[in-house]
Design a protein around this ligand. Structure first.
Ligand code: ATP
Length: 513
């Protein structure tokens, strides 16, 4: 991460803590690695993101319904899904720094560095020669060809080692690429070991009878095992979807980068059941729909891009990520996967229960294929927070930090502020607060100078401030201050609700998709 990106992330982390968005878990006990708590403003923002997703899925699509399945599930589910045997990451330690890494990520980073060297050679040559032909240069320059050969070889060896679960080969690749630890600068690596990412615990009060169960590493399986329950009770016809929001747990090897990679996090997943053979059409459909959902937030269309997977997971026949331009660069925000019939077929096998759909139009039974959209709620939160966070220099020479959170997602929609704490202004302000609070999440504050109070609302992203002054007592008008423009308009209190409603309502955001 470049220094400025690093600084930006640090500023966002400290802002999130200072203003009640995100706290390190168990802070008074020095925290718990990669676990975070959401504070009073964070919980509101998170709930608003959830609502935006839930309403989009279940209200705007009449063939999608939502469920809420339990975190604990029968342990055989994780055998059937492949998680017991294959939900592993390869890990390696540096013996000098005592730091732990994902071995595959170390190799991928080394490959990216080689690619950067090629890019630099190209850049240098482009400056030197007029009429520079990049394709010709790349295919003939000896140094570039040498790097490219190394990259191709490393990629092939990495793919081979991962798909065969060959940890010795992965270690040898780290040695051959002469990868050094960024902290100690040494190549003193342990062997590479497979590490299962699932947390386990025991269910049952008597130790002997207790059986090992897992904290779910994804919410999807709760949908698959309820597929027939929902289909039958909801009389659902294919194609249809089941949506779910819930906690997932992964014992991540390297859990850095704030709420981007946590050990306890939340997912918003939707499994869309389709007729076999139709899955590619629906995969493309959901790619477009999901990108539109993200872009409607107005965080900048250039901040999103697709990344297509070349190495597919065992259950998929097509997969891509929607990446977001986080402070650490473009990284996965959401996964869209065509999961074939792998999961339902496997649950049929392990449970010995039929999980088939009777298609009345075709008069046949089949196991549906599935297209999944899976977005991390915490990563969504970080995408909103990092795009919204802005440090500004104002015309009068002062600074302000403002969170330009999309208004429909903002924790508070409006702050009601009496200009002074006397002359009946607080009472009038409370009257307005009590009128607005049934429609919007409002905030009331009377302490400190008005400028200071505006800054505090800017810092938590409140789209509007209503200020009650002496004129209000005479003619029932107030000033309405806009967070983004800082412009203040004098309006009648009777107009407040409608003006605010138009720009902060979730339905106006949903209509943009
Ligand atoms: P990554 O490659 O970053 O580990 P993944 O491909 O394993 O992610 P999926 O299994 O596809 O992730 O999970 C779907 C979504 O859940 C991801 O796109 C991401 O937004 C979120 N997610 C996954 N792991 C974590 C985590 N440890 N912390 C926070 N969010 C996560």
């Amino acid at each position: 991460m470049a220094a400025t990106e690093d600084n930006l992330l640090k500023s966002i982390i400290s802002h999130a803590k200072e203003y009640g968005f995100v706290f390190p878990s168990s802070e008074i006990y020095d925290g718990l690695s990669a676990v975070y708590d959401y504070g009073q403003n964070g919980a509101e923002l998170k709930n608003n993101i959830k609502e935006y997703w839930w309403k989009f899925m279940t209200m705007l699509h009449d063939n999608i319904v939502g469920i809420d399945s339990a975190i604990f599930m029968h342990p055989t589910i994780w055998k059937a899904s492949g998680h017991v045997d294959a939900f592993n990451d390869p890990m390696v330690d540096n013996k000098d720094s005592k730091k732990r890494y994902r071995a595959d990520v170390l190799v991928e980073d080394a490959i990216s560095k080689m690619q950067e060297k090629i890019d630099k050679e190209v850049e240098k040559a482009a400056k030197r020669f007029e009429n520079f032909d990049k394709a010709m240069f790349v295919s003939t320059n000896a140094r570039v060809l040498e790097y490219q050969k190394k990259i191709d070889e490393a990629n092939a060896r990495l793919k081979d080692a991962i798909s065969n679960g060959n940890m010795e080969a992965l270690k040898q690749l780290i040695v051959d690429l002469e990868i050094t630890d960024p902290f100690s600068g040494t190549r003193n690596w342990t062997d590479v070991r497979q590490f299962n990412l699932m947390f386990s615990t025991e269910m049952g009060s008597v130790a002997d009878d207790a059986s090992k169960i897992y904290l779910r590493p994804e919410t999807a399986q709760g949908i698959f095992v309820n597929f027939l329950n929902v289909q039958k009770t909801g009389r659902m016809k294919i194609p249809f979807g089941i949506a779910q929001i819930g906690k997932a747990f992964r014992n991540e090897i390297v859990a850095r980068q704030f709420i981007f990679r946590m050990r306890e996090f939340e997912q918003m997943e939707m499994q869309f059941f389709v007729k076999p053979g139709d899955e590619m059409r629906w995969y493309e459909f959901w790619k477009e729909k999901r990108l539109n959902w993200h872009q409607a937030l107005g965080l900048g269309n250039n901040n999103y891009r697709f990344h297509t997977h070349l190495n597919l997971a065992h259950y998929a026949n097509a997969a891509c990520d929607i990446q977001f331009n986080f402070p650490m660069g473009f990284k996965e925000l959401e996964g869209i996967h065509s999961r074939t019939d792998f999961d339902l077929k496997s649950h049929e096998k392990y449970s010995c229960k039929k999980l088939q759909y009777f298609d009345a139009e075709d008069n046949q039974n089949y196991i549906p294929y599935v297209v999944e959209t899976s977005v991390g709620l915490d990563r969504m939160f970080l995408s909103v927070l990092s795009a919204a966070y802005q440090e500004e220099k104002l015309e009068d020479g002062t600074d302000r930090v403002v969170l330009r959170i999309p208004a429909a997602l903002a924790p508070n929609k409006v702050a009601v502020l009496p200009l002074m704490k006397k002359d009946g202004l607080p009472e009038k302000a409370m009257e307005i607060f009590n009128h607005l609070k049934f429609d919007f999440r409002c905030f009331y504050e009377e302490k400190d100078a008005i400028g200071k109070r505006y800054r505090r609302q800017d810092a938590i992203g409140t789209p509007y401030c209503v200020t009650v002054d002496h004129q209000t007592l005479q003619d029932n008008t107030v000033t309405l201050r806009n967070r983004d423009t800082m412009k203040q308009d004098r309006i009648h209190t009777e107009q407040l609700k409608q003006i605010i409603q138009e720009s902060v309502s979730l339905s106006s955001l949903l209509k943009k998709i």
